[in-house]
Ligand binder design. Structure first.
Ligand SMILES: *Cc1c(COP(=O)(O)O)cnc(C)c1O
Length: 361
């Protein structure tokens, strides 16, 4: 950022650039892994009713600890993973990015290790919070080299080790056995393993929430932004040992989660069957989009999420990206030379994407 010299910006921030996925109008918005299906009229009405109800008390601060929402989130996790977690094992915030920030504020005194390419906000939030970031690398096929990762954890002794599974932007998921080995290694050096599971509902791998009871060094981050089709409401949460939750209380801002957000999120969880119903549709669309891309002679990276990273086109990635935008299709240039990422949209969006691509490559 080129800040003027009179501005007393922290010196360690001046080399950084803000997060900036382009927000431009397009016929098909397939760039931020949102769920393309908007809430049903019934869900919209239920949210409006719940918001109306809390509106009469907006002169008061909300429940600072969001206990009722956290209880519902725990029940949701238990229903998916056969765990026995309670509200003390959940912390909720305005999107999982706020959760990530709180993790750095609470535990970021030592270094943080992550394996790139992965979610770009992990290193950016680390730097903003003054935590040293160590870039571990992935294999050329974007899988994590587990034995190299174990060595890096043992060697650097990071306070925080980040993995994203399924990984964004590449799409691959880790097995629970591999996550357990990384968690044991993180625990052995007195650190925490942070497992960002923003896309867990799209994957058939077992969730790392099942490890928490036997290994308190595991933190799992979840979000309502993707599978739950609730990105606009800003709700993310973490699943963890109750001691980790207690530490969150030190760094959270008072009354951080508004009464409106808490009410709307509770209703969305009540409608989980409707919202998660779209997940299987999106998985089917993902699998057919993979076939269509391969039929065009392109190569895809195996994905367990609601997006596909693909390569094998002749133009360079920024050029193809802007040509697609010219045809009304907004996808994502994630900064990997020769690769582009497309989020799975609804049928019309996917069709438009493939037909635009056909004309360009
Ligand atoms: C989209 C995404 C998030 C979501 O962030 P929110 O703040 O909850 O919307 C978190 N982690 C990863 C890896 C993501 O791709």
């Amino acid at each position: 950022m080129s800040a003027p010299s009179w501005l007393p910006l922290r010196r360690d921030l001046s080399p950084l650039s803000p997060y900036g996925a382009p927000q431009v109008p397009a016929q098909a918005s397939l760039n931020t892994n949102e769920n393309p299906y908007s809430p049903s009229p019934e869900l919209q009405r239920a949210i409006a009713d719940a918001v109306l109800k809390v509106s009469s008390e907006l002169n008061r601060y909300p429940d600072r600890d969001a206990v009722s929402l956290r209880t519902k989130l725990a029940e949701y996790i238990n229903s998916r993973s056969s765990t026995k977690l309670g509200s003390q094992n959940i912390w909720a915030a305005n999107g999982s990015n706020e959760i990530i920030q709180s993790i750095f504020l609470a535990f970021g005194e030592g270094a943080a290790l992550g394996f790139t390419p992965s979610y770009s906000m992990h290193p950016l939030i680390a730097k903003v919070c003054g935590t040293k970031w160590i870039d571990g690398k992935r294999n050329p096929d974007f899988t994590i080299n587990i034995s190299a990762a174990l060595e890096e954890i043992a060697g650097h002794k990071p306070s925080l080790t980040f993995i994203t599974t399924p990984n964004n932007p590449t799409g691959g998921a880790l097995s629970i056995e591999d996550i357990k080995r990384l968690a044991d290694a993180a625990g052995k050096v007195g650190g925490l393993l942070v497992v960002d599971e923003a896309y867990a509902e799209f994957s058939s791998q077992e969730s790392a929430v099942t490890l928490i009871a036997s290994n308190p060094h595991v933190i799992v981050i979840r979000t309502m932004s993707k599978a739950f089709a609730f990105a606009g409401a800003r709700v993310g949460y973490m699943v963890c040992d109750s001691c980790v939750t207690d530490a969150m209380m030190l760094v959270r801002l008072p009354y951080h989660l508004s009464a409106l957000t808490q009410a709307a999120a509770s209703v969305a969880i009540d409608f989980k069957d409707e919202l998660l119903g779209y997940v299987s549709t999106l998985i089917k669309s993902r699998d057919s989009l993979v076939r269509e891309l391969e039929d065009l002679g392109l190569r895809t990276i195996p994905s367990a999420a609601n997006f596909i990273l693909f390569t094998g086109f002749k133009a360079d990635a920024p050029k193809l990206w802007s040509e697609l935008l010219g045809k009304g299709v907004l996808i994502r240039d994630v900064g990997l030379a020769g690769y582009l990422r497309v989020s799975i949209g609804n049928e019309a969006e996917n069709t438009l994407f493939i037909s635009a691509l056909k004309e360009l490559i």
